[in-house]
Design a protein around this ligand. Sequence first.
Ligand code: GAP
Length: 594
Amino acid sequence: MANETKNDTAFMEKLVSLCKRRGFIYQSSEIYGGIGGFWDYGPLGAELKRNLRDAWWRTMTREREDVVGLDATIIMHPAIWKASGHVDTFADLMRECTLTNKRVRADHVEPQVGTVMRFSGAEAPTGWRSERSVTVLMKKTEHIESFRKRVRQLIAQNAGAAAGKPEEIVLLGEEKIDVVEGSVDFHPETGGLLNEARPFNLMLKTYVGPTATENDVAYLRPETAQAIFAQFKNVLDSSRVKVPFGICQIGKAFRNEVTPKNFTFRSREFEQMELEFFIKPDEAIEIISGTVTAWSEGADLSAPQPNWGWEMWHRYWVDQRTRFYKSIGLGMDVLAYHWQTPDELAHYARACVDILFKFPFGTDELEGIAARGEFDLSQHQKHSGKPQEFFDDELKAAAAKLTEEQKEAFIQKRLAVEKAKTKGEPMPEAEVRAWFDRLFKGFYVPHVIEPSAGLDRLALAILCSAFSETEKTDEKGKKEVLTVMRFHPRIAPIRVGVFPLLKNKPELVAKAREVYNLLKPHMNCFYDETASIGRRYARQDEAGTPYGVTIDFDTLGEKGDELKDTVTVRERDSNQQERIAIKDLLGYLQQRIN
Ligand code: GAP
């Protein structure tokens, strides 16, 4: 199925249903009615996620000499979140339905058309009575009777058992107030009037220790990044790293999202894969190298150079991350970029690009890559009182060769930049001079480029892009629609299915088991001997298994020595079959899945 058809709710319904049926993703706590914004990964989903996590980790650290890993705790000292700004500013504007108290993110309310109706109260034969007036939007297409029925149900839900049966509730003082077009003042689901927007902090609170007082408040981390900043000095002092270098981490993050939605896209518990790549400030590069390479269209980003400033590093990481997505099957046909405008950028950020995926419900963020200057480490330096500087001997040696005039020229250039700032406070001259004083001695707080991706969002993007349907006609002429998950072999949950042609032939089963045992230590395999071979292929197509290995009578040597100890390897997407010797099978598959 071409990707342009993957853009509707029907597609998402099919995908969600497949995810449950085949064990990719289930609703968390489903037997108790579920819990909004939390999802569990079943056997196939757990494998898919693990493969994505491993691919990211391998690419971001194991295959690089300049990035090391970290595995930090979810709960950290609450001062970290004060320093990072999360306690004061990590909030969404939220509005509440005045009828049901249901919350919605202010920017998630789509404009609506309809008639605004008000009721002065309601009563029920049970004796329950409410004199609270309620204002509800009757949608343009809604019939007045079904509207009243809906309002009764909402009132009943809110009032609980005291109000009795919804159909017996009497609505009082019905009034038509207004006709609106393009209004964002009514709850998208209930139609109830929304109250004024209020900031709602997204961090999930908990208590550490047995007393559970306000002094014991701690937070479940809303991002993995802050642990990297908080441990920057320890990593620097305990590893043989030198700026430029990066620290990466994969782990759970928690956000009390006002409106979790679009399956796993916006969840309350999710996993992030983040890299903080520490670089020298551009002034240090200029002192050491004489110039800072400016980015221009078509610049060579293949290998980092000593005279790269933040802009080249930022472009480099956008390029690296795009290559990563391509390596697991997401090309530019399904991706897009959004370069944040100066208005959208945080005051400390120099640039931020979002890598977007064309989800069926809209093109939306998969990963953000931000050039964050020295903001994060400087905040921790200020709040903890512990220096977060790096001593750069190369810089010290280069700065020692500068004349006083050259040094002053650097200071004046920076003062001009500060003066021209349109966002945030310009750095006062005394601070600029103090900053250069440290710089000329070889010390600086490193700047950072942050590629920050969501593992669950990536898994969802991979599921969306892999999903396809084909129509097949069986031997009896009956048509059926089959689902094929076209995962890239590198990340497919099961890499190979192993099938004896028949299950009632012990020699075939024994040989198939032998092949399965040969492959199993090296890749995730699935052994299946039930149903026809076509059915078994179809089952594995639905699981997204790229290769199927069939052991038949030729394998046992029934057609002579030439085919003895060979198997049929079927490739999922082309449906092509190849005869491969068992002794070459592992190498053949490894070459294709790694
Ligand atoms: N440290 C920077 C940071 O956390 P972010 O844009 O808030 O930046 C980075 O998050 C990535 O984490 C997003 O691009 C997305 O993939 C993922 N993410 C963020 N909130 C999420 C949520 N509620 N559910 C699933 N993934 C989420």
